[in-house]
Design a binder for this molecule. Structure first.
Ligand code: F6R
Length: 364
């Protein structure tokens, strides 16, 4: 049942404010001031390193979470693609927690990576959507994301719920390790609770996003740029777009532009720049100017403060509500998803069942 939507993907995008809210409430204590994990939980004072492993969109959720764990909790994090990790068989130092992120919980490479860590890592954690899945069952601690069944092959609500649960886990790590006191933790959590309403506000921009997507649909190559927490979001935007619209898209960390990809820029290659007005905004805005100076057309996704500084030169500006910088990756998933969705609709591709792709990759 598509609930009145044309595609499951559209339905699942629209469900996000609700399911993100449910995931937040699931892990909040009754007074809303601390985080409660299932069963035995995990004590991050006993952990010196976190190794995160996943595939595809779940891998991008891990890349985002790396910033959170490192910045909030001072915990060193490695992130790897499961198909690389499992054959590289890296050394796993003592006091390493291994964390596997998977919507289905059945991805063959991720499961093999988990089995490699079993008996080597201090503890095996997973962030999954399907609680009875193999990855959940074989973990010491499985954290459900509570996104509900995801039918569209392109992952949407699972990604934002993965991010939500990973952010809460990073906050818990920061608190355990003494980097956040009770007050600071409660303050972060109260801001997080406001996220579903910011998401609803962002959804009011669906029309301008659809209009931008109809223009992008004419391109054959599109670049995505982001810095810091927005770099994994740029990767996710490019993956979503190529999966369902079949337009060639690549993402780069903004600072990498001049190390090669800038050679691709001309008026035929639109560049989507994801840049809330955070501490790195000015750096990304200057990368945007480098694109414009070479005839590139920029789709700028930012908030009001960012638009006030940089919208003048952009081809199209999409406005997002202002949220604390730590929460921006969850919110900015929405324009990444909607640009891909409406581009695919404009091209007439099969949004829910894109060619060559399967929802769950249970073979290598
Ligand atoms: C992209 C997408 C895939 C999955 C990947 C991992 O939209 O859906 O990249 O994220 O195949 O799948 P899970 O999360 O089930 O392990």
């Amino acid at each position: 049942d598509k609930g009145g939507h044309k595609h499951f993907m559209a339905k699942e995008i629209a469900e996000q404010p609700r399911v993100i809210g449910e995931a937040i409430m699931h892990y909040l204590s009754a007074d809303g001031r601390s985080i409660v994990l299932p069963e035995k939980g995990i004590d991050f004072t006993k952990i010196d390193r976190l190794t995160m492993v996943a595939c595809g969109t779940a891998f991008y959720a891990c890349l985002t979470a790396k910033y959170w764990f490192e910045q909030l909790a001072g915990l060193p994090v490695d992130v790897d693609i499961a198909s690389e990790f499992r054959y590289r068989e890296p050394p796993i130092p003592a006091r390493t927690a291994a964390l596997f992120v998977s919507q289905s919980g059945e991805t063959a490479d991720t499961l093999a990576a988990l089995r490699f860590c079993d008996g080597k890592a201090a503890t095996i954690l997973s962030v999954v959507n399907v609680p009875e899945s193999s990855i959940a069952r074989e973990s010491d601690l499985a954290l459900p994301i509570l996104a509900g069944t995801e039918i569209g092959v392109a992952s949407t609500k699972a990604f934002t719920c993965q991010l939500t649960v990973l952010l809460m886990l990073a906050l818990k790590a920061a608190h355990d390790r003494g980097a956040l006191d009770h007050e600071a933790l409660a303050d972060h959590l109260s801001k997080l609770r406001a996220l579903p309403s910011a998401f609803n506000t962002a959804m009011e921009q669906a029309q301008p996003m659809a209009a931008a997507a109809r223009k992008l649909a004419e391109a054959s190559d599109i670049l995505f740029l982001g810095r810091g927490l927005m770099y994994p979001l740029a990767l996710e935007g490019a993956l979503k777009l190529k999966e369902i619209s079949y337009i060639h898209a690549e993402a780069y960390a903004s600072g990498e532009l001049k190390h090669g990809p800038i050679a691709l820029i001309d008026k035929h290659v639109p560049v989507v720049v994801m840049a809330p007005k955070d501490g790195l905004f000015d750096k990304t805005a200057s990368n945007m100017q480098e694109v414009i100076a070479r005839g590139g057309r920029v789709v700028l996704i930012t908030d009001r403060a960012g638009a006030a500084e940089a919208a003048e030169d952009a081809w199209i500006t999409l406005l997002m509500p202002q949220v604390p910088p730590l929460l921006a990756p969850i919110l900015y998933a929405l324009p990444a998803q909607l640009l891909a969705y409406h581009t695919a609709v404009a091209k007439g591709t099969d949004v829910d069942q894109p060619r060559n792709l399967a929802k769950s990759v249970t073979v290598e």
